[in-house]
Design a protein around this ligand. Structure first.
Ligand code: 7TS
Length: 415
């Protein structure tokens, strides 16, 4: 079946770019990496960009007037322009480097949220969110006294947009904070439509792009989102680096979060004034090598084209879902017609952790657990799922190995 598969690019060449994919997982058992929603693997171009930086131009940025510091600063700021272009932001000043999605959401909560939310206000999150888009708002709500509401999920794994309409009409909604694509259900939420509805009601929208920016073309101007957050490590870039995009007027009006070097204009013992954007939100020495690695990842993905990556992942996911449907006693969660490259599932009478362990013995790396989405698993009334998640380098042959391992796992448990 997998022999009829159409690749939008030369898959063997692409796979050759990722050194980690070519090792045995156990002696004689090749690695089949299907845990990409947790973190993707890195191509040589990204590893080498960081290596070259450390070997040839490392120095601190934005301070020295010596040649190395100028070269490091140029490389760092060049990466910012690459990210700006990648998500179609109007200005490089709208690109703030963070440690990742989690930090981006906390930054918005602690700056925009702390300055603007008060008792009587409503923030809408959703039942399907990752904990990073729930907990920062719970912490702030306890302090500021606003109301946090969670948009329900319908049985097909999509959001209840009728409830959304009602809340926007009837409640004093100040912010909608929603994931673009679910890390469990795969659902791709209609965030452009949700943004328009939020704006019509006078609310802002934050989009968690952790599971969308790595996988499909994302244009912040056509989505018209107020904030977008994502993590480098899920999109072929290093760990420890992520992005907060914000509309310039909002970022200008927001107070800073972390105080320290680089984020100030002038400091006296009586008080301080803030640096211009984006530096106001980048206190201290940043993750310079990781930013340069992110720039290289953006180059890599762009050269391949996000449209092609998306097309490939759609095909792989469709194939995996078809093959999973053949396996008896397997339930897959989420039936949205718009879905990303994840398949979370349970196997009757086998705990998700045991499924993952048995697959691991066959070389297949998947994640098991609640995937940092406990409220969603409560809604699904299951303690845990196993999850296969795909990226640009996965092949239908790998899906076949995964499915064969799943049959073997069931056989092992039946004994
Ligand atoms: N939002 C979504 C939708 C995510 O999937 C994740 C990570 C995060 C936020 C947090 O990203 P971080 O880089 O700040 O940690 N999701 C997962 C996952 O599904 N398995 O491991 C991490």
């Amino acid at each position: 079946m997998s022999s009829t598969f159409d690749f939008p690019y030369e898959i063997d060449t692409i796979r050759a770019d990722f050194p980690i994919l070519h090792q045995d997982h156990h002696a004689g058992v090749p690695l089949v990496f299907l845990d990409n929603a947790a973190s993707s693997q890195k191509p040589t171009a990204v590893i080498e960009a960081m290596n070259t930086y450390y070997r040839t131009i490392h120095a601190n940025v934005h301070r020295g007037i010596h040649k190395l510091s100028e070269a490091a600063t140029a490389a760092y700021e060049d990466a910012r322009k690459k990210v700006q272009k990648f998500i179609h932001a109007k200005s490089r000043r709208e690109i703030i480097f963070t440690r990742g999605t989690t930090e981006g959401i906390n930054l918005v909560a602690q700056t925009w949220g702390r300055a603007n939310l008060q008792p009587g206000d409503v923030v809408i999150s959703t039942v399907m969110e990752h904990h990073s888009n729930i907990v920062p708002w719970q912490i702030l709500a306890a302090e500021k006294g606003f109301t946090l509401k969670y948009l329900p999920v319908l049985p097909d794994g999509t959001l209840d947009l009728e409830q959304y309409t009602r809340w926007l009409r009837d409640e004093n909604v100040k912010l909608v904070t929603v994931m673009h694509a679910s890390n469990v259900l795969g659902t791709v939420n209609p965030v452009a439509k949700m943004a328009q509805m939020a704006h019509d009601a006078g609310a802002l929208i934050l989009v968690d792009g952790a599971q969308s920016v790595p996988h499909l073309p994302v244009d912040v101007q056509s989505l018209d989102c107020d904030f977008l957050v994502f993590s480098g490590h899920k999109m072929a870039a290093p760990t420890g680096i992520g992005v907060l995009y914000g509309k310039r007027d909002l970022l200008e009006a927001m107070p800073p979060w972390l105080g320290g070097g680089d984020m100030i204009s002038r400091v006296t013992l009586e008080g301080s004034t803030w640096n211009e954007l984006p530096y106001k939100f980048e206190a201290g020495t940043p993750a310079i090598a990781e930013v340069i690695g992110l720039g290289a990842a953006v180059d890599y993905l762009s050269a391949l084209s996000m449209e092609k990556i998306h097309a490939h992942e759609q095909a792989i996911t469709r194939y995996a879902l078809e093959r999973l449907a053949e396996v008896p006693n397997v339930t897959v969660y989420g039936q949205s017609s718009e879905r990303g490259a994840v398949a979370a599932f349970t196997v009757k009478n086998i705990h998700a952790h045991d499924v993952a362990q048995l697959l691991d013995a066959e070389g297949v790396a998947v994640r098991a657990g609640h995937h940092c989405a406990m409220p969603l698993h409560d809604f699904l009334a299951i303690p845990a799922t196993a999850r296969a998640s795909f990226y640009l380098y996965n092949t239908p042959q790998e899906v076949d190995i995964f499915i064969a391992a799943l049959y073997k796992a069931q056989k092992t448990f039946a004994l």
